[in-house]
Ligand binder design. Sequence first.
Ligand SMILES: [Fe+2]
Length: 412
Amino acid sequence: MPNKNRNEPLLSDQLLEQFHRSRKHSLDLVLNLSPEDCQAQSMEDASPAKWHLAHVTWFYEVMVLRSFEKNFSYWNPEFAVLFNSYYNGIGDKHPRSKRGLLTRPSLAEVLEWRKNVEDRIAKLLKDHFCEDLPWLMQLGINHEQQHQELLLTDIQHLFSNNSLDPAYYPQSKPTLQNEKSFQWLKGVHGLVETGYEGSEFHFDNEGPKHNALNQMHSIGNRLVSNSEWLQFIEDGGYQNFRWWLDAGWAWRQAENISSPLYWSKDEQGRSLRFSLHGNRLLDMNAPVSNISYFEADAFTRWASENLPGFSGARLPTEFEWEAFAKSNADQCNDLFGEVWQWTSSNYTPYPGYQPWGGIAGEYNGKFMVNQMVLRGSSAFTPTQHSRPTYRNFFPTHARWQMTGLRLAKDGV
Ligand SMILES: [Fe+2]
């Protein structure tokens, strides 16, 4: 693979420590789950927890061990198909919609395979450390971190389909209380340096660094809250085509959407939200989450006309968001670690973008159509997996991830 976008190599013992830590974290995430919890698939977009555990192991086996291990052989060559997600360069794939039907291998065997691969990787790092290994290992670690977030979002979706309202977390934990009043902060305008520069790991889609042109604009000092979203609902926002993009209105009607995902009402008419803590009263000061791009976009148009102080509201571009995050981080406590924030930017390559070489070239570049960029990170994102240049992306209707919004407007 070419060295484009590569970061500086780490020492083998640092890598080994990071590797073991990330592998353990995946196992920690399933401690509260039964084998049955790990088996089920609630929809095509979501995958069983067992599949996530297996797929990240598959990644190490085909990307690292297959290339570097002496006398390599697969744990089971048929797993190369079962746990291939979307890599045409590897070969055939088990259909995504049928991952929940994979009752074999058992969870116990997947865990055994995980241990086997972990031991072989550790041996490789100790005995056959070579130049290309550190970057691939960091890709493997970051890939597993992405699946750790997906595992949680997919369990939330699975449990939301169970009328027992299972709680994944045994105890509740406090959520962000954004009680500060809404304010517009001056955004960074003019030519702004965009994209990653540095020696830490980053994805190919974060580069190359280039200049983007931001017009004069302002950005909200906090995320849009559940309380504000409830006003949108109570004002008939989901019933008035005027706020919606045409494709969004068609989606809303076809899917009969009338609130964010996981919202419901109890017998007293109070709003509830299902989370990994079970079904709880809606926390009015918490950031709104699990909304699609279509909903975020409609909300901005409604808020501009209906919420005092929100005149001119729109979604920020990803370039406005990034410049804001790089320069105003001390004025905001909710840029990261709460909800991914929809931007109005299409997910397209930066000028001069080159995908990674080899099989890893399929990681990001081939998805650069019909998706919108989200910035920040969510409460489910593993620590050390967020930065101002990170580009997440989803189609306009997707809303099973922790997705919310921050407002922007033209001018100051
Ligand atoms: Fe993956």
